[in-house]
Design a protein around this ligand. Structure first.
Ligand code: NAI
Ligand code: MG
Length: 360
C-alpha cells in the first residue's frame, strides 16, 4: 500500500530524531511492501523564521490531505518573547485543533532492559510495565467557561472559576477510542474519574456503561482519581488502558511517564474521529543537545510505530518496530539519556541504524 505522511520536524532535536524515524519507516516499507511518501512541512519556530507564523495555512492543508502526521518537537529560547506574541507551542495547539484531535494516547512503557531507571522498587514494577493512558484532549475544565469577578469593595469576595463540562457525545467518542485501543491490547480498561463528588464524572459513568455494551470482550472498571494516583505507584501492574478526562489525564500521564524513568523513550499519539492522527515523542525540543547526534530517537521511532497501528492499520509492522527497538536495547546499545554502566553508548544516528537493521 501507499501512504502519504506529513513530517513536521520542528525545532531543536526535532530534525535529528524525525530523520531516524523516517529511516525506520522506509525499512518497514521495504520489508513489508509498502510505500511511504513524505511531505515535509514547517511548524513551530522554524515556521516562524521562514513563513512568519508558527502554523502556516499550507502546513494545515498538507496535514489534512495526509494519512498521518509525524512531528518531532517545537520550541526553544530563541522564540520565547516575540513581539507579535506568536510562539512555537501555538503551532502545536493550532494543529491539534485544526485536525480535530480529541484523544491523546500516552503509553508509559518500562522496558525490562531499563528497569533500573525507574524510581519504583523492583518488587513493584516487576520486569516491565506497559500502561496506555487515553486522555480527552479538547474539552473539560481546560476549555470550559472561565470567569473572574473582582469585588472592588471587598477583595476577599473576588473569585475565579473554571467549568468542568462534558457532553455525552464528547464522553462517548473518547470512551470508544479507549475501548478500541484495549481491543488491540489486553482488553482491560480502567475509567478514572471523581464520581463521588463530580456530576460530570457521574455522566461519564452512565455513558461508559452504555458504550461498553458494544465491547463485550473488554473488562472495565471505574476508579476515583485520588486512588488511581496512589495505585499507579503502589500497584501499577493492575492497569492496562486508563481512560480519563482532560485534567486527570494530564496529571496521571505525567505521573505514569516518570515511573518509566526515561523521557527519551516515550511516544504519543493524538487521534480524531477518522484515521488521521498526529504522532510525536512526549519530550520537547531539547535545545541543549540539538544537532549534536546525542538525542535518543526511540520515542519518535515508537511514535512512528503507533502511527502504523492507529492511523494506517498496520499492526504487524508496528510490532516489528517495537521488536527492533527491543533488540537494539537487548544488544546493550544506549543513547546518553539511558546510558548505564557496562552498556555501549551510541549517538542518534547509530541508534537509528541499529533499529533499522533489526527490522524483520
Ligand atoms: P525537553 O523535553 O526538551 O528537555 C528536558 C531534558 O531532557 C533536557 O535535558 C533534554 O536534553 C532531555 N531530553 C529531552 N528529549 C531527549 C531525547 N530524545 N534524548 C535525550 N535527551 C532528551 O524539555 P524542556 O527543556 O523543558 O523544553 C525545551 C523546549 O521544548 C522548550 O522550548 C519547550 O517549550 C519545548 N517543548 C516542546 C514540546 C513539544 O514539542 N511537544 C513538549 C515539551 C517542551
Ligand atoms: Mg502536562
Amino acid at each position: 500500500m501507499n501512504f502519504k505522511i506529513v513530517t513536521l520536524p520542528g525545532d531543536g532535536i526535532g530534525p535529528d530524531i524525525v530523520t531516524e524515524a523516517v529511516k525506520v519507516l522506509d525499512k518497514v516499507g521495504e520489508v513489508y511492501g509498502h510505500t511511504f511518501t513524505y511531505d515535509e512541512q514547517m511548524m513551530g519556530g522554524v515556521a516562524i523564521d521562514h513563513k512568519g507564523s508558527s502554523l502556516p495555512q499550507e502546513t494545515i492543508d498538507a496535514c489534512l490531505q495526509s494519512d498521518a502526521v509525524l512531528l518531532g518537537a517545537v520550541g526553544g529560547p530563541k522564540w520565547d518573547n516575540l513581539p507579535n506574541g506568536d510562539r512555537p507551542e501555538k503551532g502545536l495547539l493550532g494543529i491539534r485543533g485544526a485536525l480535530k484531535l480529541f484523544a491523546n494516547l500516552r503509553p508509559a512503557v518500562l522496558y525490562p532492559q531499563l528497569k533500573h531507571a525507574s524510581p519504583l522498587k523492583e518488587e513493584i514494577i516487576g520486569d516491565s510495565l506497559d500502561i496506555l493512558i487515553v486522555r480527552e484532549l479538547t474539552s473539560g475544565i481546560y476549555f470550559g467557561e472561565k470567569q473572574k469577578v473582582v469585588c472592588e469593595e471587598d477583595d476577599s469576595k473576588t473569585f475565579a472559576s473554571d467549568l468542568e463540562k462534558y457532553t455525552v457525545a464528547e464522553i462517548e467518542r473518547i470512551t470508544r477510542v479507549g475501548f478500541d485501543a484495549a481491543m488491540k491490547r489486553s482488553k482491560k480498561v480502567c475509567v478514572v474519574d471523581k464520581a463521588n463528588v463530580l456530576e460530570s464524572s457521574r455522566l461519564w459513568r452512565v455513558v461508559v456503561n452504555r458504550v461498553a455494551k458494544d465491547y463485550p470482550e473488554v473488562e472495565y472498571s471505574f476508579m476515583y482519581v485520588d486512588n488511581a494516583a496512589m495505585q499507579l505507584v503502589v500497584n501499577p501492574k493492575q492497569f492496562d488502558v486508563i481512560v480519563t478526562s482532560n485534567i486527570f489525564g494530564d496529571i496521571l500521564s505525567d505521573e505514569a511517564s516518570i515511573i518509566t524513568g526515561s523521557i527519551g523513550m516515550l511516544a504519543s499519539a493524538s487521534l480524531g474521529e477518522g484515521s488521521l492522527g498526529l504522532y510525536e515523542p512526549s519530550h520537547g525540543s531539547a535545545p541543549d543537545i540539538a544537532g549534536q547526534n546525542k538525542a535518543n530517537p526511540i520515542a519518535t521511532i515508537l511514535s512512528a510505530a503507533m502511527m502504523l497501528r492507529y492511523s494506517l492499520n498496520l499492526e504487524k509492522e508496528a510490532v516489528a518496530i517495537e521488536k527492533a527497538v527491543m533488540s537494539a536495547l537487548d544488544a546493550g546499545y544506549r543513547t546518553g539519556d539511558i546510558m548505564s554502566a557496562g552498556m555501549k553508548q551510541v549517538g542518534t544516528k547509530e541508534m537509528g541504524e541499529l533499529i533499522v537493521n533489526a527490522i524483520q
